[in-house]
Design a protein. Sequence first.
Length: 223
Amino acid sequence: MSIAPIICIDGPSGSGKGTISRAVARALGWHFLDSGALYRAVGVAALSGGYPLDDEPSLAKLALHADIEFEDRIDREPHVWLGDDDISEMIRTEEAGQAASKVAALPAVRAALLQKQRNFAQPPGLVADGRDMGTVVFPHAELKVFLTASAEERARRRHKQLSEKGIEAILPALLREIEERDLRDRTRAVAPLVPANDARIIDSTSQSIDVVVATVLDWAHAL
Ligand code: C5P
């Protein structure tokens, strides 16, 4: 029996799950776990420490002991520190995303981060955003949602997001990066990106954020 109810929202990058999970957490007044930010922080720690991204034993130690701190905020992306360094911006780069996806394919790294993620489950409840929240981290969650969208739509959203931040990006290159990362996340041996058997699937390709949030909140209220 968990100490707090849990809603898992899993899916590929660009499916809108970050925005949707945060909006659901805010509406319910629950805690929020951005598990991708945790993997990104480990990726940044590995890059800045000069670790080869396939050195599993060293990366697992790093994941377990790195001084990574999250600010528990649901109204915007969490601030993340590595030691005294604010790495909130750095973890959002494409380079950090690729590094995260490589370290996330290592079973010992995933095992090292398991308890850190479970510690986020505190009353009154938790909305957990990731790839394996419903399958591995919180298999007994009260509600599991798997959010998808076509790769083209996800690349378009990412392009828009970057250009709003004044960052130039090339759409076909973004699409290629998204497809590469999807393939690695879906085919890895450990905790691959697949819906849990009991997950409810939402395709957000042609649905607005508000509609998807309302659907998830309806399900949450019916628990
Ligand atoms: O969600 P986000 O794009 O920030 O995640 C970055 C990477 O971290 C993903 O591509 C994925 O490889 C990894 N990840 C994971 N399991 C999670 C969350 C993220 O493997 N629960």
